[in-house]
Write a protein that binds this ligand. Structure first.
Ligand SMILES: Cc1cc2nc3c(=O)[nH]c(=O)nc-3n(C[C@H](O)[C@H](O)[C@H](O)COP(=O)(O)OP(=O)(O)OC[C@H]3O[C@@H](n4cnc5c(N)ncnc54)[C@H](O)[C@@H]3O)c2cc1C
Length: 362
């Protein structure tokens, strides 16, 4: 280990420890995430779902777009109440901004915030596993607003920090931000060698954000409750069920993968991801992305990620999670090198879905 190297993680992993293995399902939508409004059966419905592997990343920017659509509507319809469907990151950030319009906000969800996919996210601020066909300009605004809002919340108890992220190759998930919104993120820095034990090859250092869902989501929830927002447990079985059981004329649909059934949206595709949660290691202050990823958070060192298209269950496999750890450990010379299985997020087979489209350079 060279003296300038950053600390080597302790890769000791007990898959039987409580909460050590986790699985969630990304709400991926072919073509593009959905962010639009429609009149449906006399209700004004704003849809905000399908953000795949970057819902945390895009949340504040999408919430700002939701607010704009609702603001235009209430200027003519004068509604005073809004129903937000979903208590994940999309529902709670939208609800937060809708309060600024003076609306009475109620959140309906069949899961508590801590049980949502959002709570399981790693928390890297990056554009991953998402499509945005026809929404390039909108995405520019979304990225700008989201990044700025998260950045401004650093140090205010939202679980956001600025961290270096080391990668052996250029990261399409971060380069796309530079291409869409030049200058939003600090420029990536090429390195002649990644500064870690066992590493000999060149790489890159990006400066990006880490948003820790176990801090961010409870903070949103408690702020909303303190401002009078009601959280109502409700399982909707269909769009008709939504309309017959709710009285609000304004509805904001943030049901993630649930929209596949509720709004009969065949473009929604489940993409399962698994995470290995190692004990927290406060001396690790960097993110790392190669053969998966590693995000040292306050609660755990999170090692991901897998990518199982079409798989819609939240059952974690101890074998898969052990493998995730071994892959990263091997790069630090702490485990035997191994071939990458197809369910690994960085397997070339998955590139088309994992990496966002890069805008054409002019
Ligand atoms: C393993 C993994 C790692 C990830 N890492 C990152 C990351 O590092 N960075 C990042 O930005 N993103 C990451 N993501 C993606 C992120 O978690 C999602 O994009 C995000 O959680 C989507 O938020 P959402 O609010 O739309 O959906 P959800 O969090 O799933 O919330 C949907 C809500 O709708 C409710 N609902 C659904 N159907 C119904 C129904 N029929 N009736 C009533 N309520 C209903 C649910 O109960 C829930 O409250 C990751 C995802 C996974 C699985």
């Amino acid at each position: 280990m060279a003296s300038a190297d950053l600390p080597t993680p302790d890769f000791t992993f007990d898959p039987n420890a409580p909460g050590a293995c986790l699985a969630g399902v990304r709400p991926y939508r072919t073509g593009s995430f959905r962010l639009d409004a429609q009149l449906d059966s006399g209700r004004f419905v704003v849809h905000n779902y399908g953000h795949g592997g970057c819902g945390i990343t895009l949340s504040w920017g999408c919430a700002a777009k939701v607010k704009e659509m609702v603001q235009k509507r209430i200027a003519v319809a004068h509604d005073t109440e809004v129903a937000v469907l979903g208590a994940g990151v999309m529902g709670m950030t939208a609800a937060t901004l809708l309060l600024e319009l003076g609306l009475r906000v109620t959140i309906y969800s069949d899961r508590d915030p801590a049980q949502t996919t959002s709570f399981k996210a790693g928390g890297h601020w990056a554009v991953s596993v998402v499509k945005y066909e026809g929404k390039e300009n909108e995405l520019k605004d979304i990225l700008r607003t989201s990044y700025t809002t998260f950045k401004n919340s650093i140090g205010h108890g939202f679980g956001v920090s600025e961290r270096p992220n080391f990668t052996p190759k250029p990261s399409p998930n971060l380069d796309v931000v530079e291409q869409l919104v030049p200058g939003l993120l600090p420029a990536r820095v090429p390195l002649t060698r990644l500064p870690f034990e066992g590493h000999t090859k060149p790489g890159f250092k990006y400066q990006t954000l880490l948003v820790e869902p176990p801090i961010f989501l409870p903070r949103l929830e408690s702020d909303l409750k303190a401002r009078g927002v009601m959280f109502v447990h409700r399982n909707f079985t269909s769009k008709q069920h939504v309309f017959t059981s709710l009285t609000q004329k304004l509805i904001v649909n943030c049901t993630g993968l649930g929209a596949k059934v509720l709004w009969n949206d065949s473009k929604m595709v489940p993409v399962k991801g698994q995470l290995a949660m190692l004990p927290a290691q406060p001396d690790l202050q960097y993110l790392y992305g190669q053969d998966g990823y590693m995000f040292p958070r306050a609660d755990h060192v999170v090692i991901g990620g897998t990518f199982e298209e079409g798989v819609n269950n939240e059952v974690a496999s101890k074998t898969v999670c052990k493998d995730l750890v071994k892959h990263i450990a091997a790069l630090f010379g702490k485990a035997a090198p191994r071939p990458m299985p197809e369910i690994h997020i960085h397997h070339p087979r998955n590139t088309a879905m994992v990496d966002p489209a890069m805008p054409a350079r002019v």
